[in-house]
Ligand binder design. Structure first.
Ligand code: HEC
Length: 167
């Protein structure tokens, strides 16, 4: 039905009751409001809302895909001096280091493995520094043992290298 036909229809209602004309007026009003609101809710707005939802969700937990860096290496420093754990080298290893160094995830050198040789050449100071600061985003700072003292970390490193607990 063309606009012209529609208009003449409304005109033809002229003689009839006021209520009928008011009804037609209302139908047109509601129709155009719906049309206008659909124009306002543009795609751009939609995307903004979606982005905000995604941002909010990320607050609770970042999803990460296979092959992406999932931020394993977040530093776990605890304010102040480490108080120590009272654990032996193997004790620290069993509690904090084994998850990676037992499985070799991200090529973490395994306990007593030959792959330690070139690393050992760097000297204990460098090994300890890399343990405390973390390395290449895959070895976490303090090896996740925020309370470990230098001596405890060194004992754990020695256990990692030799597979023997002398502490
Ligand atoms: C989240 C996994 C993870 C944990 C937990 C972890 N490591 Fe590592 N570590 C790695 C990876 C991976 C490497 C190899 C890093 C590289 O060479 O890029 C590594 C390397 C090292 C190295 C060699 C550094 C060098 O300079 O070559 C030392 C020493 C070490 N870790 C000690 C520890 C100790 C001690 C702990 C526990 C207190 C520990 N790690 C806990 C993953 C881990």
């Amino acid at each position: 039905m063309s606009v012209y036909n529609f208009w003449s229809k409304i005109r033809s209602v002229k003689g009839s009751s006021v209520i009928k004309r008011l009804l037609i007026f209302c139908v047109i009003l509601v129709g155009s409001l719906l049309f206008l609101s659909s124009l306002l809710a543009s795609d751009e707005e939609d995307w903004k809302v979606r982005e905000r939802i995604i941002e909010n969700l990320q607050f609770f937990g970042k999803s990460c895909l296979e092959g992406q860096d999932c931020g394993v290496a977040a530093p776990v420093y605890i304010a102040g001096q480490p108080t120590g754990t009272g654990l032996s080298g193997k004790g620290v290893y069993d509690k904090y280091c084994f998850a990676c160094h037992e499985t070799g995830v991200n090529e973490a050198p395994l306990v007593g493995a030959e792959t330690w040789a070139p690393r050992v050449e760097q000297g204990m100071d460098v090994l300890l520094q890399h343990t405390k600061e973390g390395l290449n985003d895959v070895m976490p700072a303090m090896g996740t043992c925020g309370q470990c003292t230098d001596a405890e970390l060194e004992a754990a490193i020695e256990y990692l290298i030799t597979g023997e607990d002398n502490s």
